[in-house]
Design a protein around this ligand. Structure first.
Ligand code: DGJ
Length: 623
């Protein structure tokens, strides 16, 4: 230990996302000094109102010889000996962020990623709690990494107690500091709740919504548009006529935004080509993007677009012009995944080349939304611009290149809504949320499966960040048939939109879409800015029920589904939360009035299930 200082506010982290500074933020810097010349600043920023602490570490070479960092964690927290449990979110493509909870064993347990992105297997956010901690009671400590690349989270139990360490993965990481140089580790954010896991989650939700998301999309600033996405409606098979027919039906249902997904650019008819050539395919769109956008706008809809800026197809003009822009180890055949390579974003000239293309796309017509996809793990880590002994800097420099491009684009187009995506939810992290206020949660759009994925996601990330759409049945990923209304309430626990061909729906279904959108527009502010409660556990319970309560307890929307119908069974009761005990609440559409105490202590009776996946939607307002 050398010295410590407290300063108002919080310094910007060079090239890295972070919870934003502002009123009510103070920073404690603890300086440590090593005889070898290393100075480490442990930086803690305290967000008083949100009850959140962020931590980073700045490693400076204050000596006279160069130093190499081999592990530069962002956070290390020690606990006195205790019996803690570790909560992690794990899964795979189309089944991301499935919650697991297990007692810490002696030794180190870890999750992480060496795939270049956080990936589908583990999410970079974990919690520690006691065995008896539940949704409403007990201690819970939550940790979220504000980073979108290789990471390692280690939880250790030993005779001295427990320890949690979070940071960039040391695999393929080394960073050389010349005298006077510094390395800033990405930020980690932590919250503590003595009121169980529900309160831990809500603290993260509030802090992310009010301090992390881009200012334009923070709470109340701008409501999220209801969108329709062309992917599951058309995949690669469309022309302008088909898109306009879909847009027309969308307008009739009062959808706000039409998103053209993959397949719109030169020669892209399947996954075999064209990534990197960000110009419209005039065989599908004869007047290019401006022509289509104008027609969509004339229908009264905004237009959005899909891109995958970090990707390059071997069969693309970009690859033919710049084969060296893709990652590849000299003398070896690079690995293709989804028939594509990854661009070396650790090189500023590569990032600049993609910026030029995306800037031109965004300038060419008034796009209001960009979906930023990333469909493969990164391999063949080798950059032509660093010497052999500095190749270990490249995975982190890649992420810095990605952030630089996102920073430049979001600054140049602050009103464009950027939605993150990575083969579904393979890059769902607090780092991306700094630029993209919503992230496509999973390629699994099945409502039942989504209850599990969205349940896990909700432990750290707010509902407004969860990209979620109503899709067709039989579902394209599982073949399951769920009622239309059930799909709608599930998608409403997210950004809300549609991903199906509206023109194939019956008249009754079309009418249902219009009503669902009206409902979402009425409840949207409550859903996105209210307090989120997990009322059941969809992994173990017979139903998935959640609720959005107004900050002042004046209303609550209870939604979800009952998984299976049984002929002669008692209706289940679910206890509400987040209400004022002494207030009276009226259940919309009925004559029933209850006290908050009755709803929270006694609960509400769920409807009788009729068929599997019966939807639940009940709205109570203060009398
Ligand atoms: C993966 C995404 O998760 C999908 O929503 C879709 O955009 C496809 N990529 C397009 O290739």
């Amino acid at each position: 230990f050398d010295h410590a200082v407290v300063t108002p506010g919080k310094p910007q982290l060079p090239g890295l996302p972070m919870f934003r500074t502002g009123e009510g933020v103070e920073t404690l810097s603890v300086f440590l000094k090593d005889a070898g010349g290393l100075v480490v600043e442990l930086r803690y920023s305290v967000y008083e109102a949100e009850d959140l602490i962020t931590r980073t570490a700045v490693y400076t070479n204050a000596g006279t010889q160069s130093l190499t960092l081999h592990k530069a964690a962002s956070l290390s927290v020690d606990f006195a000996p205790d019996a803690l449990e570790l909560i992690t979110l794990n899964g795979t493509w189309a089944a991301e962020r499935t919650l697991e909870r297990a007692a810490l064993r002696c030794g180190i347990q870890s999750i992480g990623s060496m795939r270049g992105v956080p990936g589908h297997a583990h999410n970079p956010a974990v919690a520690l709690c006691h065995a008896d901690t539940n949704e409403t009671t007990g201690d819970a400590w939550g940790f979220a990494f504000v980073y979108s690349g290789n990471y390692l989270i280690e939880a250790e139990r030993c005779d001295a107690g427990e320890r949690l360490v979070m940071g960039i993965h040391p695999y393929h990481f080394h960073w050389t500091l010349a005298p006077g140089e510094s390395f800033t580790a990405p930020e980690a954010a932590m919250v503590y709740s003595d009121k169980g896991l529900g309160e831990m989650s809500r603290r993260f939700h509030t802090a992310i919504r009010t301090r992390l998301l881009p200012p334009h999309w923070q709470d109340m600033a701008a409501p999220r548009p209801v969108l329709i996405n062309s992917w599951e409606a058309c995949y690669f098979d469309f022309d302008e006529e088909k898109l306009l027919a879909l847009a027309q039906a969308s307008k009739k249902a009062d959808i706000d935004l039409f998103v053209l997904d993959d397949g719109w650019f030169k020669g892209r008819n399947d996954t075999s080509s064209s990534l990197g050539d960000w110009a419209a395919d005039t065989r599908k769109l004869p007047q290019g993007l401006p022509g289509l956008c104008k027609k969509i706008n004339l229908l009264g809809l905004d237009m959005g677009l899909w891109v995958e800026p970090e990707a390059i197809s071997p069969d693309s003009d970009l690859y033919r012009a710049h084969p060296d822009w893709a990652f590849g180890i000299p003398g070896r055949e690079p690995l293709e995944i989804r028939q594509q390579y990854t661009l070396d974003f650790s090189r500023p000239e590569v990032v600049a080349g993609i910026w030029q293309q995306l800037d031109a796309v965004l300038q060419s017509c008034p796009l209001k939304y960009l979906k930023w996809d990333m469909n493969r793990s990164i391999s063949d880590w080798y950059t032509q611009t660093l010497p052999a002994d500095r190749q270990g800097e490249m995975p982190h420099r890649y992420v810095l290149g990605l952030y630089a491009l996102l920073e430049r684009l979001t600054a140049a187009f602050p009103e464009v809504l950027f939605e993150g995506c990575s083969g579904g939810g393979g890059r769902f992290d607090a780092g991306m949320l700094y630029y993209c206020p919503q992230i496509w949660c999973s390629d699994d759009t099945d409502a039942r499966e989504r209850t599990k994925i969205q349940y896990g996601t909700s432990f750290f990330y707010p509902v407004s960040a969860v990209g979620s759409h109503v899709s067709t049945v039989p579902n394209h990923q599982t073949g399951r048939i769920t009622p239309f209304e059930t799909r709608a309430v599930t998608a409403m626990a997210g950004s809300f939109g549609y991903e199906l061909d509206l023109n194939l729906l019956s008249d009754a279904e079309k009418q249902a879409v219009t009503e669902q959108i009206q409902q979402f527009k009425a409840y949207g502010p409550l859903i996105h800015n209210g307090r989120y409660y997990r009322l059941t556990n969809p992994m173990t319970d017979a139903e998935a029920i959640w609720a959005f309560a107004a900050q002042d307890g004046s209303e609550i929307l209870v939604q979800g589904m009952i998984f299976h119908a049984e002929a002669n069974t008692l209706r289940h009761q679910v206890k509400l939360r987040g209400l004022c005990a002494e207030k009276q609440y009226w259940l919309d559409g009925t004559e029933q009035v209850y006290t908050g105490a009755a709803l929270m202590a006694g609960g509400v009776l769920l409807p009788k299930a009729w068929g599997d996946y019966t939807p639940v939607s009940m709205h109570f307002t203060e009398v």
